[in-house]
Design a protein around this ligand. Sequence first.
Ligand code: NDP
Ligand code: A1CAB
Length: 281
Amino acid sequence: MLKNKTIAFLGAGNMAEAMISGTVQSGKIPKDQIIVSNRSNKEKLQEINEKYGVRTLLKDELPFNEIDILILAMKPKDIDKALDSINHLVKSNTVIMSVLAGITTSHMEEQLPGGQSVIRVMPNTSSMLKESATAISAGRFTSEEDMMNAKELLSSIGEVYVIDESKMDIFTGIAGSGPAYFYYLMEHIEKTGAEAGLDPQMARKIGAQTIFGAAKMMLEREESPTQLRENVTSPNGTTAAGLDALAQFGGGKAISEAVKGAEKRSKEISSELQSRQLVTN
Ligand SMILES: NC(=O)C1=CN([C@@H]2O[C@H](COP(=O)(O)OP(=O)(O)OC[C@H]3O[C@@H](n4cnc5c(N)ncnc54)[C@H](OP(=O)(O)O)[C@@H]3O)[C@@H](O)[C@H]2O)C=CC1
Ligand SMILES: O=C(O)[C@@H]1CCC=N1
């Protein structure tokens, strides 16, 4: 159903690039049907054009008449200016997808011509390798066909989950921000391995393979995480000692608080934007 559709990105930063990389690798959308734009950074556009072979333009040069799906990928603080600059140009049947944390479909719908289909999307940077966990939520004017097209497009960068928009903040805390928690874990694993004499590159590979193996077990086996953890843990063995230290230093609580902190920030972004107080991000 995406055949002959033109997809444009408004914003060409880290998240847009990760999505472009995965989409191009998947081969589902021909490169000449992907347009990438930003506000002013021409060097970045040239880099994206050379790396991925997609069309690149400044935002003011976008051919709005050609665009079937417009993906908003600027920072949340820039959303209102971005909507203001497109709301007279966008076709009524262009589907707007936003990857912005904390920005609700209703906020966007209010600033677009009546009846515009808006889909809220939360991908993560593993889109780069087609391994994103991506959530999508329909706006008020989104048809089933729009959602089917969104699923088809986003399945080219990983797994897609359709969720109610009220769950978008917690999804963001788990999956949108989630890669950073695992990188943080890896920073510590690599450092600790290197301090004990392992070559840092070797420590990095060992840590990454261990996380990858555990993730694969979680995806492919039926046991619960608790059962899988118990299978590793011998009485009075090394794992029990490691887990005791994790509990003693608040490991479990720290993980829950990280997810809740990101969820809370996602909610705050929505309310700060409503009261025009969003200055960071
Ligand atoms: N990074 C991540 O892991 C994830 C990010 N997100 C969301 O993705 C969004 C982008 O994040 P990220 O890629 O990290 O940000 P970056 O700062 O890397 O990129 C922002 C981009 O937006 C462009 N931009 C700003 N204003 C406009 C405008 N009015 N019109 C067109 N382009 C504009 C900038 O262009 P220029 O450089 O020319 O100013 C730049 O290309 C955020 O809203 C974030 O919440 C969602 C999931 C994960
Ligand atoms: O940090 C952020 O706000 C964005 C949204 C999810 C991941 N990065």
